[in-house]
Design a protein around this ligand. Sequence first.
Ligand SMILES: Nc1ncnc2c1ncn2[C@@H]1O[C@H](COP(=O)(O)OP(=O)(O)O)[C@@H](O)[C@H]1O
Ligand SMILES: [Mg+2]
Length: 144
Amino acid sequence: MTYTSKNPEETKELASRFIQGLTARDRAVVIALIGDLGAGKTAFSQAIGEALGVRDPIQSPTFLIEKIYELHKAPWQHLVHIDAYRLESESELTALGWDAIIARPENLIIVEWADKIGGILPEGTIRVTMKHIDETTREIDIQS
Ligand SMILES: Nc1ncnc2c1ncn2[C@@H]1O[C@H](COP(=O)(O)OP(=O)(O)O)[C@@H](O)[C@H]1O
Ligand SMILES: [Mg+2]
């Protein structure tokens, strides 16, 4: 499905509705965010965190590879927010225990710059592609 968001608030509402429509699976749920700098990947991630009751604001993990937030009233126990921007190869993430992280059903994983790790995204990954149309408009395509 492709959506047009006319402002940050609409992106927030879309992200919130999207996450509320998902349920836990027998492995982690992986959401791959794809789009250029400023497309809205972090904004989308923040809205998911808010919708799931994360108290600390989700920050861009650009200087970290991953940050884990505890969830208290969600179908998952942990929100794992990953920024793949600085990864030089998929093996760096594999070295951080990626295979175990994606195996656990209690994890909800959001990956910014997910196209950088396309080769290790598991089957069933939900792809969210965000495009900058103009200053306040974004095209958001969600493929489950
Ligand atoms: N419709 C929109 N949806 C999402 N963000 C928007 C929109 N319009 C403007 N913005 C702005 O675009 C920027 C997106 O930044 P960010 O989420 O950090 O992008 P990314 O993580 O993809 O680099 C924010 O400053 C946000 O306020
Ligand atoms: Mg970002």
